[in-house]
Design a protein around this ligand. Sequence first.
Ligand SMILES: C[S@@+](CC[C@H](N)C(=O)[O-])C[C@H]1O[C@@H](n2cnc3c(N)ncnc32)[C@H](O)[C@@H]1O
Length: 224
Amino acid sequence: MAEDPDVVSRRIAREALDRDDPTGWFEHLYSAASEGTAVVPWDRGTAHPLLSEWIDESQPDGTGQTALVIGAGTGWDAELIADRGYDTTAFDISPTAIETARRNHPDSKAHYVIADLLAPPDEWHRAFDLVVEIYTVQALPIPLQASAIEHVGELVAPGGTLLVIQAARPDDQADADIEGPPWPLTRAAIDSFATPDLRMIQLTESPSPVDPTVLRWRAEYLRD
Ligand SMILES: C[S@@+](CC[C@H](N)C(=O)[O-])C[C@H]1O[C@@H](n2cnc3c(N)ncnc32)[C@H](O)[C@@H]1O
């Protein structure tokens, strides 16, 4: 009998983490999913509900603006952003994720590219009017998160907006007690996206409709 795809997904992550390869498992997972032997647990086939909520509330007009979607996976969030008129770049470390995004959205106006958040192209430095980060930082082991958070902030242009959506955990829950992935973010970690010129202007913490025991941060920051 074929193995349960959920079990395969967890095993792929665990094996790469045990090899000390914290980002290698994404490509293995997307490629196993494209062959039908695993599932990508976060692939909703639609944009993240908290991103849709933010769009509904903010009604951003992306005309003449650039946007960057981090860890874009199979592209559903990037499509929503591109539909708002932004000249949208969406990137992922997994070549198969990018290939799948292009296949899912053949008429897309977004540019799908392979890149690493931990070593982004120089020309992206402070280049985007809107940066959207959903669940990439929390998918990285805790020792890598501070560097990832710093890189996220450095992608936001002067006057630009950063939107961050992550699973939440209490500040008093010890790092050692989290058996990721994912490794949800504390309030302190969410605060650490802010710098003297990248100010947090909105923060909500809300339960997931799928599993109300899971809380999610939705944070918005503005660069001076
Ligand atoms: C948990 S998934 C979230 C995907 C998507 N943002 C969503 O919310 O559905 C994390 C994504 O980040 C990508 N990723 C992980 N590390 C990355 C890195 N260093 N640079 C770029 N993408 C990365 C993975 O391949 C994966 O698609």
